[in-house]
Design a protein around this ligand. Sequence first.
Ligand code: ADP
Ligand code: MG
Length: 494
Amino acid sequence: MDQHEILLKLENIEKRFPGVVALKSISLEVRAGEVQVLLGENGAGKSTLMKILAGEHAPTGGEIVVGGRKVSALTPTLATELGIGLVHQELSLVPALSVAENILIGRMPRNAFGRINWGKAYEDARRALEALGVSIDPTAEVRTLEVAEQQLIEITRVLERGPRILLLDEPTSAVSDNERSRLFDVIRRLKQRGHGIIYISHHLSEIPMIADRVTVLRDGLVVETLPADEADEATVIRLMVGRRLEEQFPKETVELGAPVLAVENLASGRTLKDLSFTLRRGEILGIYGLMGAGQAEIANALFGLQAVKTGSIEVGGKRADFRHSSDAIAAGLGLISRDRRQSLVPMQPVGPNLSLSWLSGKSLLSRLDLTREREEGSRYISDLRIRPASTTHKLFFFSGGNQQKVILARWMSSGARILIFDEPTRGIDVGAKAEVFAVMSRLVSEGASILMISSELNELIGMADRVLVMRSGRLSAELPREEISQQNLLRYAS
Ligand SMILES: Nc1ncnc2c1ncn2[C@@H]1O[C@H](COP(=O)(O)OP(=O)(O)O)[C@@H](O)[C@H]1O
Ligand SMILES: [Mg+2]
């Protein structure tokens, strides 16, 4: 085996989505027998690049050389044929099917009459799982399993196909240390057999455990590829985050007032175990954690979307364990959720998208306030510079940044005093980000309070008065403004 054989080569790969350039120009190569760790802040383009290699997205520019072929795009079938296997960041299992069916999907063993040989299927699946040191019942339905187990099944499914080039997109975000070390054993074995591996991680501590080389992406570009022994944490963080913080973050100093929200010993959902904090009037309180640390569940619990198991939430001194989002809205909360599609009515223009927040809990008659819709629609369009500046275009045709402004406008018009921003800049470009930050700054200077859940280090450093760092469903640190740094955030989160 030639250790330096190049299995895969990317040349100037570009990927544009409507309104966002996810990858500007990516060139890299994967060699036989190497583990290349791919790093980058959220939104740097890592997952998009992996989906291009798996044939799920077509690049809008550049070339891919793999298996002696030069192509401008792969299809999922071609990628599989060429030996490329992707373990997705978001699980791609079919919840209603069994573990065995998920692992062997499309390749279930059949008997001479073409019927599925279930005995063999379960046995094959059991063996595949065992190779990872995992014991999960192959007959169980995937939907009944924990996230960590599902993640292991996803990994097993891809490994089962024996890919020559294995792509792992944050595969250890939910699994235990023990399962992770099993996975690393498997990766090392594949490496010795001459497979090439791209491993995406947010856990910088994994670099010395597994990496041969490290490639850092930032804003859709490769910043640098370096040997693992030169990739110490300080170097890597500097490469990931880049230049000094510029004027991207127009945060003004605001005098903080009395507590408006108090959370005590809150447990909710799968991960959130024991969380206490208060949010003050005029404050932007940041929440940071690695994927799955529980930060996403805070928003759901506060907004009445997910039950509170134990502990309490108080809004303005009153008990507020909301059962429905309408109760939360009535108490003056607003949620800008990480998935805009959940919050918008895409086939309607701006006006009706604003009025959603006034309507909850009111009678049908009061719903038809068309004049107010029209007036507020026009006001916010000019106030927040929403483009296109149209009260008639459906939101479907707006860019991500402009959709986000419409959601902001909704909560401004409803008079919400406590705003939960869950990944507020996901999928929007740099210009729109700065505008969203400007609105956040204005809202707090007018007396609102913001809980800013973000995985973007820069944004927290630029905007937050204080940051709570989460690890495994618990608070691991509370950083006052002067201590909010990349190093501290990453250190306490991992
Ligand atoms: N299907 C999509 N449509 C529009 N924008 C997308 C899509 N997928 C990713 N993006 C955007 O592309 C950029 C890169 O995202 P992603 O590849 O997921 O980054 P990473 O995995 O490094 O966090 C982000 O701005 C993201 O919002
Ligand atoms: Mg990703």
